[in-house]
Design a protein around this ligand. Structure first.
Ligand SMILES: [Zn+2]
Length: 156
């Protein structure tokens, strides 16, 4: 028999097992908002370039993680890139944006120096290979969300 409460042995402590719903809102900030608006309005993937070390960050960020320079230069990068690594999630849960199996990848877009975490689609997980070329597939109806990119699909 399962129970939602239990008493810890030898202690005057009770545990309650359950889930609570915690709605929240996250502000993308000025830089994140511009990145998302470019996805929504122009289907462009943009990043920011460091004036000191020349690194291009995608998604865009406001401060270089290596040299702490302010990043004010916006650059458009390609919607094509190289799969750096991936994982396949076969377990469904409420926070996953799509149905399992869910394939997540880290993609280095052409023109960027960083990895971009996103979904992979139109691919058999057995066919995935590090180094494969992929391309962004945008949703038709976009809302300034990272999921305006539906997923990245393999280039054939
Ligand atoms: Zn830098």
């Amino acid at each position: 028999m399962s129970t939602v409460t239990e008493k810890l042995e030898g202690m005057d402590v009770w545990l309650y097992h359950g889930q609570i719903y915690i709605p929240n809102t996250y502000s993308a900030g000025a830089v994140g908002s511009k990145f998302l608006i470019e996805l929504r309005d122009r289907k462009r993937i943009v990043g920011t370039r460091c004036p000191t070390c020349n690194r291009v960050y995608v998604p865009a960020r406001s401060i270089c993680k290596d040299c702490y320079s302010q990043l004010d230069e916006w650059v458009e990068v390609s919607n094509k890139g190289t799969l750096l690594t991936y994982t396949v999630c076969n377990q469904q849960n409420a926070i996953q944006p799509v149905e399992a199996p869910i394939v997540y990848g880290i993609i280095q877009l052409d023109g960027a120096d960083t990895g971009f975490v996103h979904l992979l689609g139109e691919v058999d997980p057995e066919q995935l290979k590090v180094g494969m070329r992929v391309q962004a597939v945008f949703k038709k109806e976009r809302e300034a969300s990272i999921l305006d990119i539906k997923y990245f699909k393999p280039l054939v």
